[in-house]
Design a binder for this molecule. Structure first.
Ligand SMILES: [Zn+2]
Length: 211
């Protein structure tokens, strides 16, 4: 699948799964110095490959008739300081709930380790601004995900599939936390418990074959 086809495919999935509504949310995928990004003002389930602009990592428009997403500076800032090859940004409900009420999402489930443990909430700034890009870049340091105060969430991956799955996981973790709060006080896993998970993952059990 070409970079632009990936944007169409995963844009459609994001809408189907209710991770974005209307023209909110944006995706990008990188190859070398070029980044294909979703255009401004088009719903993610209405994209065609030709609609998706291609920019270089410095933000110059290389190909395409439509303007790149207004959040492109944020995508480029994250590419600059991480090993990301794809980025997904949505205004998913539970991610946005956490981002409007908290300063971080604590690890209440061990799968949070897949996103780097605690997920930081980037300080608020107006959408599309260099300030927001800088805040997200800072919140993303050493992580695969960040939340954006009063705005939404963003995840990265080595592939578009990975970045997209990270967004689904982030939303699931936020939902578990928010629903947990309505029942009681969610227990946060300790560093020791999280280290034990990493240890376990590195040394999976083996099952001897029955003779
Ligand atoms: Zn947004």
């Amino acid at each position: 699948m070409s970079l632009r086809e990936q944007l169409c495919e995963y844009g459609r999935r994001a809408v189907e799964l209710g991770l974005v509504i209307g023209t909110s949310g944006n995706l990008s995928v990188r190859q070398g110095e070029l980044v294909a990004v979703t255009p401004s003002g088009v719903a993610l389930d209405r994209l065609t490959p030709e609609m998706c602009p291609i920019v270089d990592v410095e933000g110059h428009l290389v190909e395409g008739e439509l303007q790149p997403s207004s959040e492109t500076p944020m995508h480029l800032a994250v590419y600059e300081t991480t090993d990301a090859q794809a980025i997904v940004h949505t205004h998913s409900v539970f991610g946005t709930v956490v981002a409007t009420t908290m300063t971080e999402l604590p690890p209440v489930h061990y799968n949070a380790l897949l996103l780097g443990g605690t997920v930081r909430v980037a300080a608020y700034a107006t959408y599309g601004t260099p300030e927001l890009a800088a805040n997200v870049r800072a919140a993303m340091a050493g992580k695969r995900a960040a939340l954006m105060a009063n705005h939404g969430g963003v995840t990265i991956g080595a592939t578009m599939e990975e970045a997209f799955e990270a967004t689904r996981l982030l939303e699931w973790l936020c939902e578990v936390y928010v629903r947990g709060l309505s029942v009681g006080k969610p227990t946060v896993l300790t560093d020791e418990q999280l280290n034990a998970v990493v240890e376990r993952a590195l040394n999976p059990p083996t099952f001897p074959r029955r003779r």
